[in-house]
Unconditional design. Structure first.
Lengths: 313, 261
């Protein structure tokens, strides 16, 4: 079977979630063609994983352009499956491609398996409390949740073919006329190995600093739920959960977080979850490997000291 | 400006939905059906736009269930017209078929009211399926421009500009009308109805169409095979030690043991 992968890039760097698509395609024993738009160096990076690459030099910040390039490439390659990492761009492009080509679209897939010659996609619904097993008739467009598949191994290098795609003026109906930057920090939660997150239970912006300090000591990224963000203790670039980022770190420490579904649905991919909360019945404890019931400010202060000692050893 | 909000009726998302072991389907018994949260944000955005710039805000739902309550609730918070497409043929719509039905319904309604919609809004995703597919697919079916994640829509020299939420802030996107725009969460919350608006909405007569009247053929390509529960996490270890120092050392010992640090 033929798989067409849409590879997303940031600068010249290839998104981890896009590379994971190569592993996803390999579980289907599919012949892989990868589409890279805009960054020539990124095309070479992808080819190093053994995937044949089609490179198109076009504006990769324009949704209409990307959708047009993807559609034309799909028509030419005629794949049996189209795979994208589930990012903001993919959420726009995948359904638009689906509608243009009359392909069924499955979003936020966490698992792909073969049964009786059919492919079954697993994805979360209702915030992750229920998993759906889905089949698609005909060619599917599939967006895959980051962290659902492993990073591929570099094999022998495949080739990069440069192609030009004609984009008619009529195809561009929405134009970005300004990009306003309100948040200057760049936070990579999706690829973080360690995340220390704080919720409403931290109590104040001052106490929230302890969350940042523990993250720093552990070399991790700071996460947050909606209340600290709405109260201005931290920017929304740190939001973890249904409305924020879905994460899959090795270690996730939830501080003063009650564990509402909108948040926990974003952390089920974590290998090990530690939760600190004064409420013994907090729902977060249902998903935690290790629960510490107590005053989160005191516990954090103690933990920061302990971790500093351990790091010094 | 003629604005239409496509509203999806979903289970109340403040209730945690679990699998019903008997039917192996989501257990929705006792859960009220309400307008999808993001659709209510879209409605509020549209009503504010209408209050600032004039025009009419209409709402539309499609499906197999009776949505008149949900539609009346929309009328009670600023929508001026409501339309319903209800037909048993439209149970189990996948994204593609929902978009096709909506497109056909919109064409029919525009014919009947004698005026086209300039702006069609959808919530960026529904809280039950959380796919976010229908908005972009609808834009393709109608052949309009498309922008996602809107947090504001402004009139600029009789053209539309949409503020699109990004990781660092927002893009300002200039769009041609007609346009389909999906809405994220603006800075404000949807308004509440007043007793007056609630009573008035109860009396509203909502045009309801059947599948035959709008002529949309439905062929779902995406099928739900099965529902399962996510793997249950083994009960974790709970530290209830009152002494902070002891609690912290017990925790770090356990984390070392479990190779978490």
């Amino acid at each position: 079977m033929k798989a067409l992968l849409f590879i997303e890039t940031k600068g010249e760097k290839v998104l981890g979630g896009s590379l994971e698509l190569i592993s996803a395609a390999k579980t289907l024993d599919a012949e892989i063609t990868a589409l890279v738009v805009g960054d020539r160096a990124a095309a070479d990076t992808v080819a190093a994983f053994g995937a044949e690459v089609i490179f198109v030099d076009a504006s990769k910040n324009c949704c209409d352009t990307l959708t047009e390039v993807l559609t034309k490439t799909v028509k030419e390659v005629n794949p049996d499956i189209v795979l994208l990492a589930n990012t903001a761009f993919a959420k726009d492009m995948a359904p638009r491609l689906g509608a243009r080509m009359n392909f069924g679209c499955v979003s936020d897939v966490v698992g792909i398996s073969k049964a009786d010659g059919k492919i079954v996609y697993t994805r979360p619904a209702y915030g992750g409390t229920i998993l759906e097993k889905i089949e698609v008739e005909g060619t599917p467009v599939v967006t895959v949740r980051s962290g659902s598949f492993s990073k591929p191994e570099a094999t022998s290098s495949a080739s990069v073919t440069e192609k030009t795609v004609e984009i008619s003026a009529e195809a561009i109906k929405a134009k970005i006329v300004d990009a306003v930057k309100e948040i200057s920090e760049s936070v990579n939660l999706e690829e973080a190995q360690v995340i220390v997150a704080g919720g409403r239970g931290m109590g104040s912006a001052e106490n929230f600093e302890l969350v940042k300090e523990l993250a720093s000591v552990l070399g991790g990224v700071v996460g947050a739920t909606r209340p600290p963000i709405e109260d201005g203790w931290i920017s929304r670039a740190h939001q973890v959960g249904q409305s924020g980022k879905i994460v899959a770190p090795k270690l996730y420490i939830a501080c003063g977080i009650s564990g509402a579904t909108q948040h926990t649905s974003g952390i089920t991919g974590a290998d090990y979850i530690v939760a600190i909360n004064k409420d013994e019945d907090a729902p977060i404890f249902e998903v935690a490997n290790l629960a510490i019931v107590g005053d989160v400010t005191e516990i954090l202060k103690g933990m920061i000291e302990e971790m500093k000692k351990i790091k010094a050893e | 400006m003629q604005i239409l909000i496509c509203v999806k009726q979903v289970p109340d998302d403040s209730i945690e939905i679990r699998l019903d072991k008997a039917s192996n389907k989501p257990n929705l018994s006792g859960v009220s059906m309400v307008a999808n949260a993001f659709d209510t944000y879209a409605l509020e955005l549209a009503v504010r736009f209408m209050e600032a710039n004039g025009g009419i805000v209409s709402v539309l739902t499609v499906g197999a269930e009776d949505a008149s309550n949900t539609l009346k609730n929309c009328l009670a918070v600023g929508a001026k017209e409501a339309y319903s497409v209800q037909d048993p043929l439209y149970a189990d719509l996948d994204g593609l078929s929902a978009a096709s039905v909506l497109a056909a319904a919109i064409n029919k309604i525009e014919q009947d009211r004698g005026q086209k919609f300039d702006l069609i809004l959808c919530g960026q995703e529904s809280t039950d399926e959380i796919t976010g597919q229908v908005g972009p697919m609808l834009a393709e079916k109608l052949g309009t421009s498309f922008v996602s994640r809107a947090i504001a829509v402004n009139l600029k020299d009789s053209a539309l500009e949409v503020n699109q939420e990004t990781e660092e802030g927002y893009n300002v996107v200039s769009i041609e009308t007609p346009s389909v725009v999906t809405v994220s969460k603006p800075d404000y919350d949807p308004r509440y109805p007043t007793i007056k608006t609630k009573m008035a909405s109860r009396k509203a007569v909502i045009p309801t169409y059947t599948a035959a009247e709008i002529g949309a053929e439905v062929q779902a390509k995406v099928r739900y095979n099965e529902y399962v529960e996510p793997p249950k996490k083994e009960a974790g270890i709970k530290i209830l030690e009152k002494d902070v120092t002891l609690a912290v050392s017990a925790a770090t010992e356990q984390m070392k043991k479990d190779k978490a640090i």
